[in-house]
Design a protein around this ligand. Structure first.
Ligand SMILES: Cc1cc2nc3c(=O)[nH]c(=O)nc-3n(C[C@H](O)[C@H](O)[C@H](O)COP(=O)(O)OP(=O)(O)OC[C@H]3O[C@@H](n4cnc5c(N)ncnc54)[C@H](O)[C@@H]3O)c2cc1C
Length: 301
């Protein structure tokens, strides 16, 4: 429970606090009840202070990136939702071919920055609508590339307020998984190693990636991307289609007609609608093909 004393403790010029903030405003699904307290935090000291206050007042916290892989409960999120802004929203070249990216910066922003500086290696990520922190947490990937291919180190804040740094191997990257998965660490910044490449060539590859996305994905509807992880040896979308589930809906939540791996929000879908639809899809796929589907998207409450 958030008290006035808690709010006074975290209040500073570097923290924007909104009580009862609708989470549908902060998710690509456009779904979700209110966050009890939504804080945009602009630097490390302010972040440390918020985490320390959460600990001493026994208030849970959840770190959000750009909300593009989340399904937020209709009841909302208790405690504090933290979004990184300010100092966390920067990208810079620190050394030859090396970028240091704040965890809050959008992957799109980093892709453009890399292209403008004739640095290749990130073209695969063009069109993934998340932040750098979210991309590392998820080991985001597409079209043959994954964020693990370019990360050399990252720094994070643990719940005791200590800043730690890990290098490539310690990230334990695997398919949509990293060292950070299911931990309460907050990724602060990420260092990427890219390589010199002709700007036009990068631009061409980025355009090609985007065209492939536009051709296959329902980008005109709110969604959280692929709902299910790729099961070993199969494609989730193909299994869903094979089971005749394309277009299936619960309320305004629908298995996309364009890409069966996506669930789209056709207007006023609730998290409950989406969860019910996910269950129907999982049950039908298991019954008809024997394959268990696992969610890639994160349910938060
Ligand atoms: C249209 C569309 C297409 C997509 N295409 C792809 C694709 O091709 N490939 C792919 O991999 N994904 C794809 N996604 C899913 C999504 O964009 C990625 O998973 C992305 O990496 C999520 O980043 P985010 O910042 O939005 O994270 P969020 O959705 O906000 O959060 C995801 C997880 O990361 C954690 N997190 C976020 N920031 C931090 C931080 N700083 N420190 C610690 N933890 C953090 C959150 O707590 C949460 O557990 C797509 C989504 C959409 C809507």
């Amino acid at each position: 429970m958030i008290t006035d004393e808690f709010i006074r403790t975290i209040q500073s010029e570097s923290v924007t606090i909104k009580k009862d903030e609708p989470m549908y405003l902060h998710t690509s699904f456009r779904i979700g009840g209110n966050a009890e307290c939504f804080c945009e935090v602009k630097n490390i000291d302010a972040l440390k202070n918020v985490i320390a206050a959460c600990k001493s007042f026994d208030v849970p916290y959840f770190i959000i990136g750009l909300g593009s892989n989340l399904l937020v409960s209709d009841k909302g999120i208790g405690g504090v939702v933290i979004k990184l802004g300010g100092d966390f929203d920067v990208v810079e070249i620190t050394d030859k071919n090396t970028l240091r990216c704040g965890a809050g910066v959008s992957l799109a922003g980093v892709c453009i920055y890399a292209k403008n500086n004739s640095l290749g290696g990130l073209e695969f990520a063009w069109g993934i609508p998340g932040s750098m922190g979210g991309a590392v947490y998820m080991n985001a990937g597409a079209y043959g590339g994954e964020i693990k291919d370019v990360v050399v180190s990252s720094r994070y804040l643990d719940s005791n307020g200590n800043i730690n740094e890990i290098n490539t191997e310690k990230h334990e990257f695997s398919y949509r998984h990293s060292f950070y998965t299911d931990k309460d660490y907050i990724i602060l910044d990420v260092t990427l190693k890219l390589y010199p490449k002709n700007k036009n060539e990068i631009f061409y590859l980025m355009q090609d990636t985007m065209q492939r996305r536009k051709a296959k994905q329902p980008l005109n509807r709110p969604s959280a991307g692929s709902v299910f992880k790729r099961p070993e040896g199969y494609y989730a979308a193909a299994l869903i289609e094979q089971c005749g589930l394309k277009g299936l809906s619960v309320g305004d939540a629908q298995v996309s007609e364009k890409h069966s791996g996506f669930i789209v929000n056709n207007g006023r879908a609730s998290a409950r609608d989406v969860m019910e639809l996910i269950k129907k899809v999982k049950d039908a796929v298991r019954e008809k093909t024997g394959v268990n589907l696992h969610c890639e998207i994160k349910y938060v409450e």
